[in-house]
Design a protein around this ligand. Structure first.
Ligand code: SAM
Length: 301
C-alpha cells in the first residue's frame, strides 16, 4: 500500500491540477499491483481493478486515498462486472459529468463510467505532438471518439479538422468539447459514420496534411485490428500528398510496433517511418512493446 501512496502523491504533485493517471499498475512496474490503475480527474480519483480483490483490501485502499488531502472523492470500479461497476462512488460528492483540463484545454468526462470516461489519458503526448504540429494544416482524425485530438489540433492552429467516428454519442461530446474551448464550428467537420462505409466522403474532404489513426484493438462488428487496420492504412495513399504526416496508433499488448510497421511497408511504400512517440511518464511500462504504440510516418513522394 505504501508504494501506491508514494506514486499517487508524486503524480498528483506533477499533475498541476490537470487530468492524469496517478497509478499505473498495468505496466508491470509495481510488483503485485498489475491489476490496479487510478485516474485523476481533479479533485476526484477513479480506481479500476482488473481482477477481483478482497473487500478488506479495497477498504484499505479507500482509507489510504482518504489520507491524501487533494483527493476529495473516490470511485472504485471492478472491471468485468458490467453495469454493476458503475456508480461505485465510495466517498465524496463525485459528479456524473464534469470538466477536466489537459495541456490547458478543457474536456468533458464522466468519472463514474465503467469504461471510456471521455478522455484517454495515455494519449496526452500524442495530443501534445498534434497541437505542436498542426499549424495551418488540414487534419483528418480517424476513430475520433470525443474528438480530443481535434481540440488539440485547432488549438495548435490547424486550418481544418475532419473527425470520423461511428458513435453519434461520442461525436456529440466531441462537439461539446469544441464549444467548451470556444472553437467555432466552421473549422471542424464531424462525421458520425462507420469509416468503412464513408471513404468517399472522407476522400472528398481531403487531401490531408496530417492524419491520426487511433482505432480500438478489438470491437467486434466494427473494427478488429488484425483484419481491419490494413484496410485503413491502404487508404492513406489517396488521402494524403507528399510531405503529409501520419500518426498511426495501436494499443494491443499482443501486437508490438512491428505490426504497424509491416502494414505500412506493404501498403504505403512512399511513407517513411520517423519515430515512435514516447508515452506519458505517468504510464510506466516494464515492456515497451506491450504499451501504447504511436508511430509517426511522413510521405516522401
Ligand atoms: C480508441 S477509441 C479512439 C480514441 C480517440 N482517438 C481519442 O483520442 O480519444 C476508438 C473509437 O473508434 C470508434 N470506431 C470503432 N470502429 C469504427 C468504425 N468502423 N468506424 C468509425 N469509428 C469506429 C469507436 O466508436 C471509438 O470511439
Amino acid at each position: 500500500m505504501q508504494q501506491i501512496l508514494a506514486e499517487v502523491e508524486k503524480q498528483i504533485a506533477k499533475a498541476g491540477n490537470e487530468a492524469r493517471r496517478i497509478f499505473h499498475g498495468r505496466g508491470h512496474c509495481f510488483e503485485g499491483l498489475e491489476h490496479l490503475v487510478i485516474d485523476w480527474f481533479p479533485p476526484f480519483a477513479v480506481a479500476r481493478l482488473y481482477r477481483d480483490v478482497e473487500p478488506a483490501w479495497l477498504d484499505e485502499l479507500s482509507d489510504l486515498l482518504k489520507t491524501v488531502p487533494d483527493i476529495q472523492g473516490l470511485v472504485i470500479q471492478q472491471r468485468g462486472r458490467g453495469k454493476d461497476a458503475e456508480q461505485n462512488v465510495v466517498w465524496g460528492d463525485v459528479p456524473e459529468q464534469m470538466e477536466v483540463r489537459e495541456l490547458g484545454l478543457a474536456y468533458h468526462v464522466k468519472p463514474q463510467r465503467n469504461q471510456n470516461s471521455g478522455l484517454f489519458l495515455d494519449m496526452r503526448e500524442g495530443r501534445k505532438w498534434v497541437k505542436e504540429q498542426a499549424k495551418e494544416k488540414r487534419v483528418l482524425n480517424l476513430f475520433s471518439y470525443t474528438c480530443a485530438f481535434s481540440v488539440a489540433a485547432i488549438d495548435g492552429g490547424a486550418d481544418h479538422v475532419v473527425n470520423v467516428d461511428m458513435s453519434k454519442g461520442s461525436i456529440n461530446i466531441g462537439r461539446d468539447n469544441h464549444r467548451l474551448n470556444g472553437i467555432k464550428g466552421d473549422r471542424v467537420t464531424f462525421l458520425a459514420y462507420d469509416l468503412f462505409k464513408s471513404w468517399k466522403k472522407v476522400r472528398q474532404l481531403g487531401p490531408y496534411d496530417l492524419v491520426v489513426i487511433d482505432p480500438p484493438s478489438f470491437q467486434p462488428g466494427s473494427f478488429i485490428a488484425e483484419k481491419d487496420y490494413r484496410k485503413v492504412i491502404r487508404r492513406l495513399n489517396e488521402l494524403t500528398e507528399a510531405k503529409s504526416q501520419v500518426l498511426a496508433c495501436h494499443n494491443d499488448p499482443k501486437n508490438g510496433t512491428e505490426f504497424l510497421k509491416q502494414l505500412m511497408l506493404e501498403e504505403c511504400p512512399d511513407f517513411k517511418f520517423v519515430e515512435r512517440l514516447a508515452n506519458p511518464e505517468d504510464f510506466p511500462e516494464a515492456e515497451l512493446e506491450k504499451g501504447l504504440k504511436v508511430l509517426l510516418y511522413v510521405r516522401e513522394k
